[in-house]
Design a protein around this ligand. Structure first.
Ligand SMILES: O=C(O)[C@@H](CO)OP(=O)(O)O
Ligand SMILES: [Mg+2]
Length: 420
């Protein structure tokens, strides 16, 4: 039996220059799986806890030596000698050692680092790519990339107050062609901004962060960029938003005003997906929004659900949206993440696998998107290495799958498009 022979954790840096946890899990057969943990800025209140040191003399209090010590002292002794082939048993043990509902004792960053590294080690030891180990006998699908090309909100001071304006190149036959369209649109957007004398400096996720007077200007600019790149909006390329409404001031943006804006945009623009359109504590207005536009747009809950099956179950019962954003570090183990995806898919809801605004070179989410047949991934703009690492991994997976590769494509949004 192949067992865990060593666990080594260290402090490394993420894309915002903040420390984060990296874990190596070594197996008795000599394989080593490595994982790096990402970090959010616009976090949901119900997310599992990211443990930071708080010692202001190191990295302005953002160090992660405590979660690393927790791995050394509490996790490593418990998992040495365990089989990594049973990810569920391993993750259940990690949850048990922590013992809190939100992983606040050991830190979700400590727990997830070990869980992900073990999954990667197990795949290697079996001689399989990670996506294949995740999928078992299930379908392998290349996801539609949702490329965040205008960054605002908590990710880019001085830009729009809505957080993300994404281009969604769904109307192509392969991931490679879709990504290429996204890249050309990204560059066309830079030209459009330059022409107007607007800044082309970028936000945390690699998208531009121009000082635009209105959120609607950002939508109009994305459409202009699609056309400038010679693609057809509403046919080949669509728009997705992450409003991150929990970060907005309720005085400026009451729910009825927001729903009015979305109705207008869904009527007039090729907007196919709206994430966190309503604040995370306002379940009732989530249902109101879903009644108003749920047949015409994917309504994705991120801060609302925090990849937590208890909250997803509640949302499905309340008709609060029709899709879930999935982030490994919101819940803290691979197994719980896979359970969240399954519950969402079983309800017939959409799934978007997501990066965090603070990222690393880790590419686990690319394999997760393919292996779960999720259909959609958001990993920022097609620029900045920590974002392109995921898109590049997907290019390699598509090549590796050859004739077996299926691109999720327009079909993901067909229901909403046929209702227009
Ligand atoms: O809100 C989001 O969806 C994410 C990723 O884009 O941002 P953050 O990681 O800051 O929560
Ligand atoms: Mg979000």
């Amino acid at each position: 039996m192949t067992t865990i022979s060593d666990v080594k954790a260290r402090e490394v840096l993420d894309s915002r220059g903040n420390p984060t946890v990296e874990v190596d899990v070594a197996l008795s057969d000599g394989t080593v799986g490595r994982a790096l943990v990402p970090s959010g800025a616009s976090t949901g209140a119900n997310e599992a806890l990211e443990l930071r040191d708080g010692d202001a003399s190191r990295f302005r209090g953002r160090g992660v030596l405590q979660p690393i010590e927790n791995i050394d002292k509490h996790i490593k002794p418990a998992v040495l000698g365990m089989s990594t082939l049973d990810q569920v048993a391993l993750d259940n043990l990690l949850i048990e050692i922590d013992g809190t509902p939100n992983k606040s004792k050991l830190g979700a960053n400590a727990i997830l680092g070990v869980s992900m590294a073990a999954a990667r080690a197990a795949a290697q030891s079996e001689g399989k790519p990670l996506y294949e180990r995740i999928s078992g006998d299930g379908a392998l699908t290349l996801p539609v990339p949702m490329l965040n090309i205008i960054n605002g909100g908590a990710h880019a001071a001085g830009s729009t107050d809505f957080q993300e304006f994404m281009v969604v190149p769904a109307g192509f036959d392969t991931f490679r062609e879709a990504l290429r369209a996204g890249v050309e649109i990204y560059h066309a957007l830079a030209d459009a901004l330059r022409e107007r004398g607007l800044s082309t400096s970028v936000g945390d996720e690699g998208g531009f962060a121009p000082a635009l007077p209105d959120n609607q200007d950002a939508v109009a600019l994305v459409i202009e960029a699609i056309e400038r790149a010679k693609y057809r909006p509403g046919e080949q390329c669509f728009i997705a938003l992450d409003v991150a409404a929990s970060e907005l001031s309720g005085d400026d943006y009451p729910a009825d005003k927001l729903i009015g804006i979305y109705k207008d945009w869904v009527d007039n623009y090729p907007v196919v997906s709206i994430e966190d359109g309503i604040a995370e504590d306002d379940w009732d207005n989530w249902s109101v929004m879903a009644d108003a536009i749920g047949g015409r747009a994917q309504l994705v809950g991120d801060d609302l659900y925090t990849t937590n099956t208890e909250l997803i179950r509640k949302g499905i019962a309340m008709n609060a949206g029709n899709a879930v954003l999935i982030k490994l570090n919101q819940i803290g183990t691979v197994t719980e993440t896979l359970n969240a995806v399954k519950m969402t898919q079983n309800a017939g809801w959409g799934v978007v696998i997501s990066h965090r605004s603070g990222e690393t070179e880790d590419t686990t989410i690319a394999d997760l998107a393919v292996g779960t047949n999720a259909g959609q991934i958001k990993s920022g703009a097609p620029a900045r290495g920590e974002r392109t690492a995921k898109y590049n991994r997907l290019l390699r997976i598509e090549e590796e799958l050859g004739g077996r590769a299926q691109f999720a494509g327009r079909q993901v949004y067909e229901h909403y498009l046929s209702n227009i």
